[in-house]
Design a protein around this ligand. Structure first.
Ligand SMILES: Cc1ncc(COP(=O)(O)O)c(C=O)c1O
Length: 437
């Protein structure tokens, strides 16, 4: 698809981004002006869009079932400003590390709205989380033993759920499929049964939940439907064979977004219809009790709220290829390299031009693999242009590194037509402050 069609198609789905006088705007502020004011590379978030995504997601489920809550997967983006926005919206938190729990608590999320999921956790990490009173989502039989030892030794109670592995194949990148037969996550059916049976016998454990998370960037409801069917049948089995009454069913996160014009995105209303229907059927079929339903979206809430602004520092034609070089690299935007991900690219200072060419957009790192966009048709690029990488709100800034001693980028939020710095740019002093010199 050519550049103009690609951009116009994608912008149809993003009401926070608009082309005005051939320049790209975010919530009525020119991105060129933001780049001039703050420099590049800079992540720019639309607060309005984050709130909109959250509300759309929540409403889709809430209108079909009354006892539903969101646990935002803060691994997608843990910027405290974003967490505060989502707290205001009523979200809880899905945390995957002790530091995530600490940050969520410091922002004011109540501990009964935090679920702690993870793999290969240490005794110290589990003990900290148990003492905070967050819901511990247990991942393996050996982890269950660890939790029991901690509770018995300290005579403290823990609320727990188990991560159930439904063995479902999903059409997504292999690095982000998490509920496969071969996945390292969760308990397969037989072990899950043993785990619930064992946990029930421990007087320090309240066994209240069951959880699944089958992967990320999933663009159709079918895998969720199949996985939830298995999970609900299993919840019925432990109720009817072990007498365990599940009070919380957590269907995880994983909803995909439309990164590319040709790509489908999942319709959250369709997903809510499917999951709530499955749940109601299962209640009848397996004699389940009324439960609270939890969902853990990350990407869906934040991904499309953000653009990464970069400046073109070089245009290079070799006998074989044309390269556009920008002042960012996979240290800031690792998704193309790690997941073969596609991020749409727009020249914000002059969105459309008369001449077009194909380029690889490459970063400033000394690595051949530092390619942010491959064989991409763009308006004829000039040094000094500002290129925005779209949909960089999830799994981008949180995965950034200091490789090549590069500073991590500035982050700015747009709120009510003004801009706020929500993470300052790192300096040389920040980078060396951890070393003995
Ligand atoms: C346990 C758990 N829940 C939720 C999520 C959020 O996934 P997504 O950002 O695809 O919604 C993840 C991310 O992989 C996860 O590991």
């Amino acid at each position: 698809m050519d550049y103009r069609k690609r951009i116009l198609n994608l912008l149809e789905y993003k009401n926070h981004l608009k082309v005005i006088n051939n320049k790209l705007y975010i919530d009525n502020i020119s991105l060129e002006t933001i780049a001039e004011k703050y420099g590049t590379p800079t992540f720019v978030y639309s607060e309005k869009r984050i709130r909109e995504n959250y509300r759309k997601f929540y409403k889709a489920f809430r209108k079909r079932y009354k006892d539903v809550e969101i646990r935002y997967a803060m691994k997608a983006n843990s910027n405290p400003y974003i967490l505060k926005v989502l707290k205001e919206e009523g979200s809880g938190i899905d945390a995957v590390s002790v530091n995530e729990i600490k940050l969520a608590i410091s922002i004011g999320f109540s501990t009964d709205k935090i679920i702690y999921t993870g793999v290969n956790r240490t005794k110290q990490e589990l003990e900290y989380a148990i003492r905070q009173g967050v819901l511990i989502n247990v991942d393996s039989l050996s982890e269950l033993d660890k939790v029991i030892r901690i509770c018995e030794k300290n005579k403290i109670k823990a609320n727990i759920s188990f991560r159930y592995n439904p063995e479902i194949d999903v059409k997504t990148h292999k690095h982000i499929a998490t509920g496969l037969k071969e996945s390292k996550f969760g308990l397969h059916e037989n072990d899950a049964f043993i785990a619930y049976k064992k946990a029930k016998k421990c007087k320090y454990l309240n066994v209240i939940g069951i959880h699944m998370h089958i992967g990320s960037q999933i663009t159709s409801p079918e895998p969720f439907e199949k996985a939830s069917e298995k999970l609900l049948r299993f919840a019925g089995k432990i109720k009817n064979e072990l007498g365990i009454k599940i009070k919380i069913i957590d269907f995880g996160g994983g909803l995909g977004i439309k990164y590319k014009a040709e790509q489908q995105s999942i319709d959250v209303d369709d997903l809510a219809t499917v999951l709530i229907k499955k749940y109601h059927e299962a209640m009848e079929k397996y004699n389940l009790d009324e439960c609270k339903i939890l969902l853990e979206p990350g990407r869906y809430i934040v991904a499309d709220s953000c653009v990464l602004l970069t400046r073109v520092t070089a245009v290079k034609h070799t006998p074989y290829k044309k390269f556009v070089g920008v002042d960012a690299g996979f240290n800031l935007l690792i998704r193309p390299v790690l997941y073969d991900a596609y991020h749409e690219t727009v020249i914000v200072n002059e969105v459309f031009r008369n001449e077009y060419e194909r380029y690889d957009i490459v970063g400033y790192l000394c690595e051949s693999g530092d390619v942010l966009a491959k064989d991409r048709e763009l308006p004829k690029v000039q040094e000094g242009d500002i290129i925005a990488f779209l949909d960089t709100g999830a799994y981008c800034s949180v995965m950034a590194s200091n490789y090549n001693m590069r500073e991590r980028a500035l982050e700015v939020a747009v709120k009510d037509s003004s801009t706020i710095i929500i993470r300052r740019r790192e300096s040389y002093d920040d980078l060396i402050s951890v070393y003995k010199i």
